[in-house]
Design a protein around this ligand. Structure first.
Ligand SMILES: Nc1ncnc2c1ncn2[C@@H]1O[C@H](COP(=O)(O)OP(=O)(O)OP(=O)(O)O)[C@@H](O)[C@H]1O
Length: 683
């Protein structure tokens, strides 16, 4: 069965909202099957309690507990206009302290940005202010080098960019420290015959920095391979070169997440030149300076047929070969690039149905050079219903690299509940594989046990917990109009902001409201608009999603330097120059200043509320001023809840999740159950 046809079978059991999401992203995102007749939750919505590998060759590493010094917004102002403070009693980390000299003779003549930090030219400088009173012949309190992103050493340029992004005193989070220890290498992993490929799982709570945890090792390895002139397979005349020949691939479940991740990777490459391409950017003119409210209007206009929107997200790399090191995209987009547009429609039909006439496009991408594959949100992309596209890509890459692996399109994952554990059938891919997720459902654990028994599991102690800085509140419906209750609670957010702020220009908080159904999103959006609360109501079917950029999330997503206006030369230095069909990194979003209200009146015009479904619950890094998440419909399961709630309280920032429910009468028992379950997730 083809990918699309299997998706359709699965989609039949999905609510309309999710079905539309599947069709628009081409990758079905979230399958919420109702519990079976036994009443037990399906294995993909049940979290595993134990990550221990059953196979003795597998490893489990859990990071020690760790308190963050301060959030990355340190130095910025909060809603009261006060500057966020770092933890004063903690001495700031001095990067020099963690650098031990290492031997990297090859890098001697390189520009500073490409030298490994802590190389021989930089002696560690240890300055202890208490040196006159204490014997410091032995190090005082040795702080782990990993915390300073110094073990193994990062390329100077990567370290500089990292500090530009996170602040000069940034410390690695537990999952990052583990990832650096186990995945990062100071030598290219791909060096000649010594190439050995590994598999890892990164499992840690939402907002704990998993993107950096995998991007740093991947980017460093790509750069080192380039610096050491490791030959590429496509240099071999017998291997077919295509328009795009990436060396690493990041798979993400939505176009929105792909765009944000590729922007982030570009930012980390500000000083170290590598080329990043996002497969989910359209050939649309820059929509810089278009605010989220304008985009929201566009949805309405589009519904009236007044605004012509591009009909689909499509990247046209045309035929010119162009250097790409890292490609980020959804599995369906990647398959389309690798196999040719419309590749799966050929398999449609059968004896009883007529065959659809489809033109199959030429493949645009060669997979032969791919040394790294990251599967972000792996529990979705390897979900029993939708793993087919993901595994198909992994199998295609293996074949292109000359080491085919077995691939059954109609594959049945062994039941996670089976009494007798099936014998593992390990798959050894000819590339490094990193799976990441904030939630490890039993289905993913079973998948790993079956195919990757010796994979190294790297986990944070907070896994399957809410971020520690995220408060929870349970709001009881009054029994009247629910939309009015939501409006009331929203106004309380801003009232409290105004009461507590210390400067008149402190911006008001933004709120993300999660509903379960498209119709609910639209109705609530219309109600709030009528009440003078500008909002962006976004569903998988919204036409703005087809524009090929993340402008529809402007003002809500975290703004990165790569997203802001930067001169063209700057952009060129961080990423490949835009191909036909690819947007320039500088045009990725609008400046946030114009999107922040400081008074209640401005809330009529500047959206401070985004209403959506689970579509936006995965992976997206929302701005620190998204301080509240409202969960107005009963969460479908706790995995969904963790991801929705986790859009706030990220990276040590303050946040609150407000869960709406009934306090009395019919349905109140369900609310009590939810309350208990949410309580159990608290850090
Ligand atoms: N070491 C660090 N110190 C401070 N902030 C950090 C650090 N690492 C990452 N961050 C910031 O934390 C935020 C969340 O990171 P990221 O999106 O990678 O989290 P995540 O674990 O992938 O979350 P999710 O599970 O929701 O996808 C980002 O804004 C990132 O810049």
């Amino acid at each position: 069965m083809s990918l699309l046809s299997s998706s359709r079978v699965a989609a039949r059991s999905l609510p309309q909202e999710l079905l539309v999401a599947c069709l628009h992203t081409s990758v079905p995102l979230f399958a919420y099957r109702s519990a079976g007749s036994s009443g037990a939750a399906p294995s993909h919505s049940r979290l595993v309690k134990d990550l221990k590998p059953s196979d003795p060759s597998g490893k489990l590493k859990v990071a020690p507990k760790f308190e963050r010094d301060h959030a990355p917004h340190y130095g910025k102002r909060d809603t009261r206009g006060e500057e966020y403070q770092s933890n004063k009693h903690k001495r700031p980390v001095r990067r020099e302290e963690f650098r031990k000299p290492i031997k990297v003779s090859e890098t001697k003549d390189l520009p500073q940005a490409l030298k490994l930090s802590g190389g021989p030219s930089r002696k560690p400088k240890f300055v202890n202010p208490l040196s006159e009173d204490f014997d410091i012949s032995k190090p005082a309190v040795p702080t782990p080098r990993e915390r300073a992103f110094a073990s193994p050493p990062l390329l100077e340029g990567l370290l500089e960019s990292l500090h530009d992004v996170l602040g000069p005193d940034a410390e690695a989070t537990p999952i990052q420290a583990l990832a650096l220890e186990h995945i990062l290498s100071a030598e290219p992993r791909t060096a000649g015959e010594r190439a050995q490929y590994h598999q890892w799982l990164l499992a840690s709570e939402t907002g704990s920095g998993k993107s950096i945890a995998y991007l740093l090792p991947v980017l460093q390895d790509l750069k080192l391979a380039e610096m050491h002139n490791i030959p590429r397979r496509i240099d071999d005349p017998s291997v077919q070169r295509r328009a795009i020949n990436p060396r690493a691939l990041v798979l993400a479940p939505t176009h929105e997440l792909s765009r944000q991740l590729s922007g982030f990777a570009k930012e980390l490459l500000h000083n170290v030149k590598l080329r990043v391409l996002c497969a989910s950017q359209a050939n649309t003119p820059s929509r810089k300076r278009v605010s989220a409210s304008k985009m929201a209007e566009a949805v309405v206009d589009a519904a009236d047929g007044e605004v012509e929107l591009s009909s689909e997200i499509i990247m046209r790399p045309e035929a010119q070969p162009r250097p790409v090191d890292l490609l980020v995209g959804t599995p369906s987009k990647v398959l389309e690039l690798a196999r040719g547009r419309g590749w799966d429609y050929e398999q449609e039909g059968g004896d009883s149905k007529p065959r659809r006439k489809i033109t199959v496009g030429e493949p645009q991408m060669s997979l032969a050079d791919i040394e790294w594959v990251v599967v972000d949100e792996a529990d979705i992309l390897l979900d029993p219903d939708f793993q087919e596209a993901t595994r198909m890509i992994l199998a295609d890459i293996s074949a292109a690299r000359g080491h085919p692996v077995p691939f059954e399109p109609e594959f049945k994952l062994p039941s996670a509940d089976a009494k007798r554990k099936p014998t593992p059938t390990p798959i050894h891919y000819p590339f490094n594989l990193v799976l990441t997720s904030a939630t490890i459902p039993s289905a993913l654990a079973a998948y790993i046990a079956q195919f990757h028994p010796s994979l190294t599991r790297l986990a944070s102690p907070q896994l399957h917990k809410l971020p520690p800085t995220l408060k929870t509140e349970h709001f009881a419906w009054t029994g009247g109009n629910r939309d009015a209750d939501i409006e009331h609670r929203l106004r309380r957010v801003w009232y409290e902001d105004l009461q507590n702020r210390t400067s008149a220009d402190a911006p008001l908080s933004k709120v993300l409201v999660f509903c379960n159904k498209t119709a609910r999103v639209e109705n609530l959006g219309a109600y709030l608009k009528e009440k003078g609360i500008a909002n962006v109501a976004l569903t998988s079917a919204s036409n703005v999603r087809k524009l090929g950029s993340n402008h529809h999330l402007d003002g809500f997503l975290r703004v990165r330097r790569a997203d802001e206006d930067v001169p063209a030369t700057d952009v060129d230095s961080t990423s490949a120059s835009p191909a036909p069909g690819e947007e320039n990194a500088s045009s990725a979003t609008v400046a946030p200043a114009a999107t922040a209200a400081t008074s209640m009146e401005q809330l009529k015009d500047i959206p401070h509320v985004m209403i959506t479904t689970s579509l936006l619950s995965r992976g997206l890094d929302f701005a620190p001023d998204v301080k509240h998440v409202f969960i107005v419909d009963e969460p479908r399961n706790m995995i969904d809840f963790l991801h929705r709630a986790g859009r706030s309280g990220r990276a040590g920032e303050a946040g609150k999740v407000v869960v709406f429910g009934k306090s009395k009468g019919r349905g109140s028992e369900k609310t009590r159950v939810v309350k208990r379950k949410v309580g159990a997730l608290k850090a």
